[in-house]
Design a protein around this ligand. Sequence first.
Ligand code: NAD
Length: 277
Amino acid sequence: MIMTAFAEGNIPTENIRGRLGYTFAAMSSHAVSMLAEYLRGAQNAWAFTGAGVSTPSGIPDFRGPDGLWRKYDPERVSTIEAFRERPEEFFSFWIHRFELMGRAEPNVVHRLLARLEETGYLRGVITQNIDGLHEKAGSRTVLEIHGNARTGTCQGCGRRYGLEWMAERVREERVARCGCGALVKPDVVLFGEQLAPDFERAWEKVSHCDLLWVLGSSLQVWPAAELVPLAARKGARVVIANHDPTPYDDLAALVIRGDLAELARGLAQEMGLEVKG
Ligand code: NAD
């Protein structure tokens, strides 16, 4: 197995006291059975996902080893100012990425989360992703706290448009402009903007959950990342599954380092769930 667990090699299965509660350092297959046990024992479990759940679907993340922010400056292309002041540059960066998201297919991680919801182990998914792949995989309760790339809204008259329309406008005129003359902004949350209304709902759900399972997020984007200390403060068990360390690993009951697709296959097998991929 590629998976390794937090503090692998040094402290295989001891508890280490963290800031709030404890961090359980476990070895790979042990980590999978721990996670299965946590899911079986939880009454109110939520998944909290980031860009890492969609890299196996071919959508690059931002801060992983091949992440977009290693090549591009987010200030230039991903802020509300960039959209308003340099719309051509904004659209030329984003539109084909949005189209890629529109064409992408869910992977085994999305499918496992949908199956866990269907079988009653998860209440739903809170996602920072804008690609819509959780819904496409069959998840029914999905809170998209950073909005979605499927639609856009005119900044002048409020008319809504689909991604295909925006892409066509950008191909022809380099920006998406409504008939009223104003720019159409994709319905994603840019740096410098308020979070989507789903964030409030997510806050409420996390305040009452007993297990928060974080998957594929660097937990460096605020205020989304705040959901993790919130869960810990409220006494929920936190599990973090990610390639790289996150700033909140020491709040987690279990940290699993490794590939999420591999983890998803291992967990499906451990829990006796049939999941394609
Ligand atoms: P991020 O890029 O900051 O972090 C992603 C993390 O996932 C990294 O730490 C990386 O090591 C890990 N990762 C990547 N692939 C993995 C895999 N196969 N297995 C295990 N770990 C893996 O992403 P973020 O924390 O979600 O924050 C970035 C913001 O950008 C989000 O708010 C989101 O809105 C947006 N975004 C969305 C998409 C999408 O919708 N698919 C893609 C890129 C960025």
